[in-house]
Design a protein. Structure first.
Length: 320
């Protein structure tokens, strides 16, 4: 009887255990994820039940059945084998209520969303949660599924405005406000571009006025990008773009943003040899531990761009 109880209850216990491990944590972060894995769970249960006859033969003796751990039974192994992606999510998702830990795992969008939820609890009245909320919403606004992006960026603008209002002499709120506005201007049409063109420049100049060396001259790099991408009739300038980008590289010779934008500026001006040098320099640069996902994005784009400049040859030093 004990043997049969283990065999028949094994699949049910496996499902309950799985839901206990990821169910509530995932539901709080992203209601879509359980729906995506529900079909996988049903498939796993079906496979597990089909193996009951085989398993009961193998484990017919009650005493022997009690000595076989549940995770080693064929039924449980079948359930786990049908949902490897779900198991990977359980293994990789950080079991933490610390938004800083969750943000470090922001490539897992559920982790980024949970960090945003936690920072949002105090973002209306406190500087640190406000600017960090703006930062994580910028990530979601540039990496989440398309339908989610605009809402994330608009929330990021509001959080950045709050941070800048609470601490007007700190760089963080101004910069992330500019970053969110910049992505809205880039991805959501001419009206957004016209609406935010001036405020983006104002916020970046404010950061430079507060501390030009903040984050390795990041505001200079972003302002250089602004001058490069905005049409000349609306204030853009290749000369000013190059000045700001090279100034940023003076603060941080490995600045991924400055190297990437300056290389593109040089390439569009026909200075291809200089552009290749900068792109290879970006690929050779050490990865910043605080910006690993962003640096990986820049490296991927740089490798693709260098490949086009080199006539299709794979660049040296590309780790993918």
């Amino acid at each position: 009887m004990i043997g049969y109880a283990v065999i028949y209850l094994g699949p049910a216990f496996a499902v309950v255990w799985y839901l206990h491990q990821i169910g509530w944590r995932v539901v709080r972060q992203d209601w879509r994820q359980p729906l995506r894995t529900l079909k996988t769970l049903f498939a796993g249960c079906a496979v597990a039940l089909l193996t009951v006859g085989f398993s009961s033969t193998v484990l017919g003796a009650a005493g022997r059945a009690t000595r076989v751990p549940l995770r080693e039974t064929f039924a449980f192994s079948s359930l786990r084998a049908t949902m490897p992606s779900a198991w990977a999510r359980v293994a990789q998702a950080p079991a933490s209520a610390d938004p800083e830990v969750l943000y470090r795992h922001r490539e897992d969008l559920a982790s980024a969303r949970r960090a945003a939820d936690l920072w949002a609890l105090h973002a209306a009245t406190e500087f640190e949660p406000a600017w960090k909320l703006s930062r994580v919403l910028y990530w979601l606004g540039t990496h989440a599924p398309g339908a989610e992006r605009r809402g994330a960026l608009e929330r990021g603008v509001k959080a950045g405005q709050t941070a800048a209002r609470i601490a007007p002499d700190r760089s963080e709120g101004h910069f992330w406000l500019a970053a969110n506005m910049s992505s809205l201007a880039e991805f959501f049409g001419v009206l957004q571009a016209l609406k935010y063109r001036g405020p983006i420049k104002d916020e970046l100049e404010r950061v430079i006025a507060i501390d030009p060396s903040w984050q390795g001259g990041l505001a200079d790099a972003a302002l250089g990008q602004w001058y490069f991408e905005v049409p000349r009739l609306l204030g853009g300038s290749r000369t000013k773009a190059e000045e700001h980008l090279r100034r940023a590289l003076g603060y941080d010779p490995h600045s991924q943003l400055a190297l990437s934008v300056l290389a593109e500026l040089l390439a569009t001006d026909g200075r291809l040899a200089e552009a290749r040098v900068l792109l290879q320099r970006l690929l050779d640069a050490p990865v910043d531990a605080d910006w690993i996902p962003e640096d990986n994005d820049f490296r991927k784009k740089a490798a693709e761009r260098l490949k086009t400049l080199d006539g299709g040859r794979t660049p040296i030093g590309v780790p993918f």
